[in-house]
Design a binder for this molecule. Structure first.
Ligand code: AMP
Length: 403
């Protein structure tokens, strides 16, 4: 069965087409700079020998509809294509950033779901409108396919009230649904399942801390396989230091910036979301460059790296206390999977918690799941490559089969 996964952003569409029978990627790509003068398209088709055929195009893509139509044309094309007709695609799985409290799991999309998605736009005004557009267009272009929504927030819906409420007037939760939601749920869920398989223990019997360190970054604490706390909040701005986002700051900071520097709400939003994090501290949001700069003596890069890892370490301590016992710590995403230096600094000095990394295992690079802890470490420290698109495809298949 073929499932298309679509991640629609405000000016981009990322896609991946899976053959679920073989757990294989048939084609993938991204359309970028939608609505700008010149857009970019990168398409990749998996060939029989496992290599890929790549096609890049610089074309004007006026809107998302034109973008998805171009993707379909490439999927059908005799050279770049992998299907003969659109109806071969049984389902389309859509990444949806915010499901609010309405969605605890993946949902087959119908009119009721669309209405709930629209209601949740106020919680994610930057992301959900694009997700909704993607769904609407996909319904037109693939009328025979089942459309499924997979939410970044759903995995965190098991978090108890004491962990998700903010200590502000309770009516703001009751009437406006202002609370912590958490994000990257698909990634946290995927690596947790992989960790259980790797350790040979049922997920329901494991206490885990999952650490997603990509351009965005978040952590989750899982008791008996269920999420009980996470570092992002009502929006993806809270928690860890990220590529361009500040993570936790004093909530009074915006008032100070407005009163003393005359900044508008829009300026402050931009400052905290786009000009902060690693970029704000040392001028780049790419961890490889941060480490290079640090290695050549750049003091700002040194402190950026220290602060980044210190924040992760603080959350490890907090989640250890929340869980009361830990089986495994899991690193994932671009930085978590590829930077031994970040993993080392995050776990340094934690042997008191049973967390001890083996330097040689940590430095070995690989694309597969690996255990980087010393054999006697009570907590297994794992590196697990995430695959959010495949997880969305799996969830879509499950939703399709349980209809
Ligand atoms: P993601 O959002 O998961 O694609 O991750 C993007 C981040 O991964 C960027 O900050 C990259 O700099 C970082 N990254 C990728 N490869 C490496 C590496 N070898 N060392 C450190 N950071 C890396």
């Amino acid at each position: 069965m073929k499932i298309l996964v679509i991640n629609t952003g405000s000016s981009s569409i990322k896609y991946e087409l899976f053959d679920m029978g073989r757990s294989a990627v048939l084609a993938s790509g991204i359309v970028e700079r939608i609505g700008e003068k010149s857009g970019n398209l990168t398409h990749s088709k998996t060939l029989a020998d496992g290599t890929s055929l790549k096609r890049t195009e610089s074309v004007s893509i006026p809107d998302h509809r034109a973008g998805l139509k171009r993707i379909v044309a490439l999927l059908l094309n005799s050279e770049t294509g992998v299907i003969r007709k659109r109806s071969e695609i049984a389902a389309v799985g859509h990444r949806v950033v915010h499901g609010g409290e309405d969605f605890h799991s993946t949902s087959v999309i119908d009119e009721k779901v669309m209405e709930a998605l629209r209601q949740n736009v106020r919680l994610a005004p930057l992301h959900n409108p694009a997700n909704i557009t993607g769904i609407e267009i996909s319904r037109d272009i693939f009328p025979e396919a089942v459309q499924v929504a997979v939410f970044d927030t759903a995995f965190h819906q098991t978090i108890p009230m004491k962990a998700f409420l903010y200590a502000i007037p309770i009516e703001l939760y009751e009437n406006e649904k202002i609370r912590k939601y958490g994000f990257h749920g698909t990634s946290h869920a995927y690596v947790a399942e992989k960790a259980a398989l790797f350790l040979g223990v049922a997920l329901e019997e494991l206490n885990l801390i999952t650490i997603h360190l990509g351009n965005g970054a978040s952590m989750a604490a899982l008791r008996n396989g269920k999420c009980v706390d996470t570092s992002m909040g009502m929006t993806p701005l809270g928690g860890l230091v990220m590529g361009t986002r500040s993570g936790d700051v004093d909530p009074a900071l915006p008032f100070f910036l407005a009163d003393n520097l005359g900044m508008s709400l829009k300026d402050i939003d931009k400052l905290l979301n786009e000009k902060s994090g690693l970029k704000g501290l040392c001028g780049t949001n790419d961890m490889r460059e941060v480490i290079e700069k640090r290695n050549s003596g750049d003091e700002r890069a040194q402190i950026a790296l220290e602060l980044y890892c210190y924040r992760v370490k603080k959350y490890i301590g907090a989640y250890f206390a929340v869980l009361g016992g830990l089986d495994s710590l899991v690193f994932t995403a671009g930085i978590g999977e590829n930077s031994p230096e970040v993993r080392r600094l995050c776990c340094e000095g934690l042997s008191g918690l049973g967390i001890q990394i083996d330097p040689e295992r940590n430095n070995r690079s690989a694309d597969e799941i690996r255990d980087i802890s010393v054999p006697e470490s009570p907590v297994r420290v794992l590196v697990i490559p995430t695959d959010e698109e495949f997880k969305i495809a799996q969830e879509t298949l499950k939703a399709l089969q349980s209809r």
